[in-house]
Design a protein around this ligand. Structure first.
Ligand SMILES: Nc1ncnc2c1ncn2[C@@H]1O[C@H](COP(=O)(O)OP(=O)(O)OP(=O)(O)O)[C@@H](O)[C@H]1O
Ligand SMILES: [Mg+2]
Length: 375
């Protein structure tokens, strides 16, 4: 086990900056997710931690050891970093049995045969591969192959696991199963893990903490609840959550009744403490972005918190996506469109109007220019 630290790490490919001033501290035994869209610099960051890529600037520590610092000319090779990597394309040796595939890293290290046997069987047991040890990779399902690749990484008992989208080759159902298995395994082993994905569901369900990255820049780092409930900016708000958070352009106005988000077609009254924050930040009379998640908008029939004229409006139902467990309802008020996630009992019909209620406790306001969250 070890902690991993990145201090002011940059990666430049020619003129292109793939990673900008990355600061990350991953704790002992933590399951850290690097999450972001394609090309945001996740793999590059992981490769720098692994020692497969040299940072242009900054320091990387694994445990107490400084493994990369270009200014001091320090660059420890991968084999000296005590890490194990699992990649999206987990090439197993096709001519070797499952047993030999898992044993391979130990053989390379010239571990005594008996000890290899003990380790391989222990890992196989943990991964449910005991019955399959004599098979060749082609005789395995995708999920079983994935577990062999994991076994090969685990058997070395490294200080740190680095995983780059290891589940992306699996079908949806298997992915869900492996997600839970991987998480359980990581808990059991207690090995510090850095896991790269662009799948926000994977990030939310597996991570102790999530580092959200966009265009090489760390946007926010926090527990799944923190990044979901208190996104630092509109990017995080829209990237995490499906369907994404609604954003509506608003004017922040104040009258004798309180502070409001005014959309022209309708307005919503902000809670007293929210109004206070907006007043303190001098945002009264300014343009802003109002944000609310679809699940925080209710069919008024099922809302216990409706206050007509304050948190409610009438909206046109344009399209309903019925997911069985809930209904994603495309709503329109004049030119303003947004999504509501209604419970399945809702009787809304396409082409009809419905009263919708906004849970203002869950409302967010973002700065119009920077996209940064006010709350
Ligand atoms: N060796 C390289 N030379 C030049 N540019 C590179 C190199 N490696 C990566 N890049 C660029 O750096 C950026 C980040 O790449 P990276 O592979 O880290 O993205 P990623 O977040 O892992 O994306 P994905 O989800 O698609 O795997 C991309 O724009 C990519 O084109
Ligand atoms: Mg990648």
């Amino acid at each position: 086990m070890a902690e991993v630290k990145l201090i002011g790490v940059w990666k430049q490919f020619g003129n292109f900056t793939a990673v900008k001033d990355m600061n990350l501290e991953i704790k002992h035994g933590e399951f850290m997710i690097l999450l972001g869209p394609s090309g945001c610099g996740k793999t590059t960051t992981l490769r720098m931690i692994a020692g497969l890529e040299e940072p242009t600037k900054g320091q990387i520590y694994i445990g107490d050891k400084l493994v990369a610092d270009p200014e001091k000319g320090i660059l420890a090779p991968p084999k000296d970093r005590d890490i194990a990597m699992v990649f999206q394309s987990y090439a197993l040796y096709p001519h070797m049995t499952v047993y030999d595939n898992i044993a391979f890293p130990l053989k390379l290290r010239k571990v005594p045969k008996q000890e290899i046997d003990r380790h391989v069987r222990e890992v196989a047991e943990m991964l449910g591969l005991t019955e399959l040890l004599k098979r060749k990779p082609r005789e395995l399902s995708g999920g079983q192959r994935q577990r062999v690749a994991l076994g090969r990484a685990i058997v070395r008992k490294p200080q740190v696991f680095l995983m780059d989208e290891p589940l992306s080759n699996l079908d949806a159902k298997l992915r869900v199963k492996m997600r839970a298995e991987l998480k359980r395994l990581q808990r059991q082993l207690g090995v510090t893990t850095i896991y790269v994905t662009h799948d926000q569901v994977e990030a939310m369900t597996m991570g102790d903490r999530i580092a959200v990255i966009n265009q090489g820049v760390l946007q926010q780092i926090g527990t799944p609840d923190e990044v979901y409930d208190r996104p630092a900016n509109t990017f995080v708000g829209s990237f995490i959550g499906s369907p994404p958070m609604n954003f509506i352009d608003a004017s922040i106005v104040e009258d004798e009744r309180g502070v409001w988000a005014d959309f022209g077609e309708f307005r919503l009254k902000l809670l007293d403490d929210q109004g206070e924050v907006l007043r303190e930040k001098n945002l009264i009379g300014k343009e802003a972005i109002f944000g609310i998640r679809p699940e925080d908008i209710y069919d008024a029939m099922f809302a216990q918190i409706k206050i007509p004229g304050e948190n409610m409006t009438r909206a046109m139902v344009e399209i309903i996506e019925n997911l069985g467990s809930e209904k994603i309802v495309h709503l329109r008020v004049g030119d303003i469109t947004f999504l509501g996630a209604f419970r399945s009992e809702s009787k809304v019909k396409e082409g009809q109007e419905v009263d919708v209620v906004f849970d203002m406790r869950k409302a967010h306001v973002f700065d119009k220019g920077s996209g940064k969250a006010v709350f």
